[in-house]
Design a protein around this ligand. Structure first.
Ligand code: DHB
Length: 393
């Protein structure tokens, strides 16, 4: 049996950032994580960080490698009608930028920092039950890496265990409301050994569907194209993938992607999801456990950081003098940004993808919207501000 003040389920960005923030306040936490450290660090993930996420990591002293290896993006490209249209984040937001630094790199840095503090992270440990969250003494029951049963008793439980974790179901169904939208397409993602095709990310709208050109390192590129969510990667040879990607970015300017060996393929489903409220008794949800966004606009990790920014203040007040006002207001405070990000991700997705039932009217309307966003200052500023993100809180 273990005991701590804050029991955190999930060593993702939300759980790890929170444990580091709580440490600054002298609040003890234990993280329980189902996966192994090696598996977490080896899973290649998406990676745009908002300015506030970068600032938070810097404050926590975990931004050294991010500063060296992260790639600052002062703008992004919306590509449609066969041409690039640039959104200048820096100019439109008074100096704020986005940083490309993939989530698995963030996780490596956060895990190393937390372990160096002597923080307890139980890897390979599966949660069987989150119980008594309606009382002041919740308990997390788990099976350890060796299979032995264990218990973590705590004052507060943080559910940071992703979309399919054990924490959200611990909120009684009649005490929460789920909002879900499933999109009629997915993203086919590849990693390839090739030089960078574009210094800035390209979000491309094409009659054949959306494509996104991103990067991982100077030698490894990440690209996606809209696909049938029920398609299988086996149906796509390397040649077929390149033909599709080239078609979706082709245009009068003669732009071509630099090709190379594809060494990973996957299909990501697309959905928007919110659970309200994000808390029940002494259980507080953060990150994907409470909400999911379609990847267009890269808000997922940043929302997790915003959630735990609120939780850190709420738990700080609670453990300092027992005050519960910020804890009680957590869900309402966090949901404001969650719904802003939901709107943004849905909007970017709708503007750039081809829906199966789209008419010619829809095509023209989509193009008019893209002209507005890239051709007028107020609309471009709105996109830029939301993309680089407003300060937390
Ligand atoms: C990446 C993913 C995104 O969803 C996005 O909007 C930008 C970049 C990526 O994997 O690099």
């Amino acid at each position: 049996m273990l005991r701590t003040q804050v029991g955190i389920v999930g060593a993702g960005p939300a759980g790890l950032l929170l444990s580091l923030m709580l440490q600054r306040r002298g609040i003890d936490s234990v993280i329980i994580e189902a996966r192994d450290r090696e598996a977490i660090e080896a899973t290649i993930r998406a990676g745009i960080l908002e300015q506030s996420t970068v600032d938070l990591m810097a404050e926590l002293g975990v931004a050294d490698r991010l500063r060296r290896e992260g790639v600052v993006h002062e703008g992004t490209i919306l590509r449609f009608g066969g041409r690039n249209h640039r959104i200048d984040f820096k100019e439109l937001t008074g100096g704020r930028v986005a940083t490309l630094y993939p989530q698995h790199e963030v996780l490596k840095d956060l895990i190393a920092a937390r372990l160096a503090q002597g923080g307890r992270i139980l890897f390979g440990t599966k949660v069987n039950e989150v119980a008594d969250v309606g009382t002041a003494a919740p308990v997390i029951r788990f099976a350890g890496a060796d299979g032995a049963a264990g218990e973590l008793r705590c004052d507060v439980v943080i559910g940071a265990d992703g979309s399919y974790g054990a924490c959200r179901p611990a909120i009684p169904a009649d005490r929460r409301r789920d909002f879900l939208r499933i999109y009629p397409f997915g993203w086919f993602g590849i990693l390839c050994e090739a030089p960078v095709s574009s210094e800035e990310l390209i979000y491309a709208r094409h009659e054949r569907g959306f494509a996104l050109i991103s990067s991982r390192t100077p030698e490894v590129q990440r690209m996606y194209f809209q696909c049938d969510p029920n398609d299988s990667v086996e149906n796509w040879s390397e040649d077929r993938i390149w033909a599709e990607l080239q078609a979706r970015v082709a245009g009068e300017d003669g732009f071509r992607l630099k090709q190379g060996r594809i060494f990973q393929k996957n299909i990501v489903p697309m959905r928007s999801f919110v659970c309200e409220p994000m808390q029940y008794g002494r259980l507080f949800l953060a990150g994907d456990a409470a909400h999911a966004v379609p990847p267009t606009g890269a808000k997922g990790l940043n929302l997790a950081a915003s959630d735990v920014w609120h939780l850190d203040r709420a738990l700080g007040a609670f453990f300092a003098d027992g005050s519960t006002a910020l804890m009680e207001g957590y869900s309402a405070a966090a949901l404001r940004r969650v719904w802003r990000a939901q709107h943004f991700s849905w909007w970017m997705t709708s503007m750039l993808h081809r829906f199966p039932d789209a008419s010619e009217f829809d095509d023209r309307r989509q193009l008019a919207e893209l002209e507005l966003v890239t051709g007028t200052m107020p609309a471009a500023t709105s996109l830029a501000q939301t993309y680089v993100g407003m300060p937390f809180g």
